[in-house]
Write a protein that binds this ligand. Structure first.
Ligand SMILES: Cc1ncc(COP(=O)(O)O)c(C=O)c1O
Length: 370
């Protein structure tokens, strides 16, 4: 079974001058036949025209959002979770009732916990204590075990390797999903996300903008699209210097789920990141990413998270350049903004919410993020 073995007709056309009830109903039913279960509902996400956002930014290019937030568990990670589980089941690494462990900034954990639970596996995640409270609550609601990890740990370039070893030692016999290095991650994007963008733009995509958490989206979808169109430009939006933890500021305003790829130690780059495919890296501060997320909410009615905001900000800058006149820029909208309401992305945090931090009793101090 693959993600979406069935070829779906064009997506719903939207309400415009050619709208009729019949065409809309037909394309809606064509796009979403009854799914056999949650796995069948993963992928085949719509591409959404962001014309109002583009116009507000003086775009010379067309900007399209790849709506990964419409995956059943709300993020692009649904795809790789199914890819990783399927590969591990097929290779015999994952046996009935097994414990699945990973290091995650939230979305992979949420998708893994939900999809694994439906298949009879247990889950345990090592989660940075800067993760948005909403994500932590969701993980708890689904029933995953959480091991909080202080943000300060990640100042050490070897932190990820050390954490991986610790996860192995503490969980003998468990299946470590290892989204940072597992080849099933980019392979899933190569097989699904890239082809979907190619199909839905009829080969018209010129630029792909993505962030790098594990590198899977940019490496997999980017590789597929560049194979179809070598002139395609792959652009990475990375957090600016003020938006990553430092010795001075351990909990800055951050762009959840994505990391710097320039001026970092090679050990800090995930194994799945493919720098040779990347044409340009654009730095975006968290405040700019949050502002772009708010802008696309108000201009387009789309509720997306801060990494999508960073991609949108980068796309807006690209779209203003004369060389991009008349081109098509596809932006990955990685997850839903509902996961960041209590992180203050869309307005002040609710009263009494102390922000991200280690939950009481978990051995930390629950530091403020800003
Ligand atoms: C919110 C969010 N955006 C973007 C990404 C980056 O995707 P990838 O891991 O494919 O590089 C992630 C991954 O962790 C994420 O959680």
């Amino acid at each position: 079974m693959t993600l979406h073995e069935t070829a779906h007709p064009a997506h719903a056309p939207g309400i415009d001058s050619t709208w009729t009830f019949e065409t809309t109903a037909r394309s809606l039913t064509g796009r979403r036949p009854v799914a056999g279960g949650v796995i069948d509902a993963i992928g085949d996400t719509p591409l959404i025209e962001l014309s109002r956002f583009g116009a507000a930014r003086g775009a010379r290019a067309r900007i399209l959002g790849k709506a990964e937030f419409s995956n059943p568990l709300g993020s692009v990670k649904d795809r790789i979770v199914w890819g990783i589980i399927r590969a591990a089941e097929e290779s015999g690494q994952l046996r009935p009732g097994a414990l699945i462990v990973d290091i995650t900034s939230g979305n992979t954990g949420i998708a893994l916990a939900a999809i694994a639970a439906g298949r009879g596996y247990r889950t345990k995640f090592y989660l940075g204590d800067n993760t948005s409270p909403d994500k932590r609550l969701l993980l708890e609601a689904i029933g995953a075990e959480i091991v909080p990890v202080p943000n300060s740990l990640f100042l050490d370039p070897e932190a990820l390797d050390l954490l991986f070893l610790r996860a192995q030692e503490e969980n003998p016999g468990a299946f470590i999903a290892d989204q940072l290095n597992n080849p099933a991650n980019p392979a899933t994007h190569y097989a699904t996300t890239g082809p979907e963008i190619w199909r839905d733009t009829s080969g018209g995509v010129d630029v792909l903008v993505a962030g790098v958490g594990t590198g899977g989206t940019s490496a997999g979808a980017g590789r597929f699209l560049k194979e179809q169109k070598p002139a395609l430009r792959l652009v990475v939006a990375e957090p600016g210097d003020a938006s990553v933890p430092s010795e001075e500021v351990l909990y800055p305003e951050e762009i959840d789920g994505v990391h710097k790829v320039v001026d970092v130690e090679p050990e800090q780059l995930p194994g799945n990141y493919a720098p040779e495919l990347v044409d340009e890296v654009i730095g975006v501060e968290a405040s700019e990413a949050y502002a772009a997320a708010r802008e696309v909410l108000h201009e387009e009615g789309l509720l997306v998270g801060p990494s999508s905001g960073a991609n949108l900000e980068a796309a807006a800058r690209l779209a203003q350049r004369p060389e991009h006149e008349g081109t098509t820029i596809v932006v990955i909208l990685a997850d839903t903004g509902e996961r960041y309401l209590s992180a203050g992305v869309f307005g002040p945090r609710p009263a009494g919410d102390s922000g991200p931090g280690v939950p009481d009793g978990a051995g930390g101090s629950g530091p403020e993020r800003r």
